[in-house]
Design a protein around this ligand. Structure first.
Ligand code: IPE
Ligand code: IPE
Ligand code: MG
Length: 229
């Protein structure tokens, strides 16, 4: 089947640390440059008319990093969410978070709730930020939710989906990973079953409008089959 109009592009933003290392800068500077890349790519996604963008910003495994780096990432997140809220509203962009939000520092969890509340009226564009997100954790959370509901009937894929973090978000059509790594690293495990993948050697801070356009162009050259002949 020729690829339908792209609805959801999911991005594993990787390579901030190596980008900084090559420039003899501290890793956190790589994350700052990565945040600027997010702004660029959101503008490009708007121009391309992509209705859903999801960004893997912090995984459930990223807590294993040095405390100083984790602190730097949290600080950056705090700053950007506060600073960009009005712009996101102006852009008609609904922002939602996927992940274990309750386990985050309380002030960050509060900011996230505020951003979700203030942008929930928008429907033109959607930004999903995967923060303290892990695909296995999401699946386990769904299983436990279903058990807690006391469901007696067999669980179907549709029932299961309804217990995921954001059931109404369409599965990613395209998953982009920067920095040359070719793995999912616990991203969108359930949702990625028929996603197309695009890998680029570019580090995330260098990813720009041209890079996104190239990935999307490449997507449209593919044939999606979903198991059909
Ligand atoms: C991605 O860049 C950002 C996060 C995981 C938060 P990395 O920090 O993983 O950069 P590399 O992979 O070490 O270069
Ligand atoms: C994946 O990148 C997580 C995010 C981009 C937030 P990592 O850099 O943490 O993944 P691994 O450790 O190389 O698999
Ligand atoms: Mg990495």
């Amino acid at each position: 089947m020729p690829a339908d109009k792209i609805k959801h592009v999911a991005i594993i933003m990787d390579g901030n640390g190596r980008w900084a290392k090559e420039k003899h800068l501290p890793r956190v500077m790589g994350h700052h440059a990565g945040a600027r890349a997010v702004e660029r790519v959101m503008r490009a996604a708007k121009d391309l008319g992509i209705p859903y963008i999801s960004l893997y910003a912090f995984s459930t495994e990223n807590w294993k990093r040095a405390q100083s780096e984790v602190k730097g990432l949290m600080g950056l997140f705090r700053y950007y969410m506060r600073a960009k809220l009005s712009e996101l509203c102006k852009e008609n962009c609904r922002v939602r978070f996927a992940g274990n939000i309750a386990a985050l520092p309380q002030d960050i969890a509060e900011i996230l709730h505020e951003v979700e509340e203030k942008t929930r009226i928008y429907n033109e564009r959607n930004l999903i930020i995967c923060f303290n997100y892990g695909g296995r954790q999401e699946i386990l959370d769904a299983v436990n939710k279903i058990i807690a509901q006391g469901t007696k009937t067999p669980v179907t894929a549709e029932i299961f989906r309804r217990s995921l973090y954001l059931p109404d978000v369409p599965d990613p059509d395209l998953i982009i990973r920067t920095s040359g790594e070719m793995r999912l690293s616990n991203f969108w495990l359930w949702q990625s079953s028929y996603s197309e993948y695009y890998f680029t050697r570019q580090y995330w801070p260098d990813f720009d409008k041209d890079s996104l356009e190239e990935a999307v162009r490449n997507y449209y050259e593919r044939e999606r089959r979903y198991g059909k002949a």
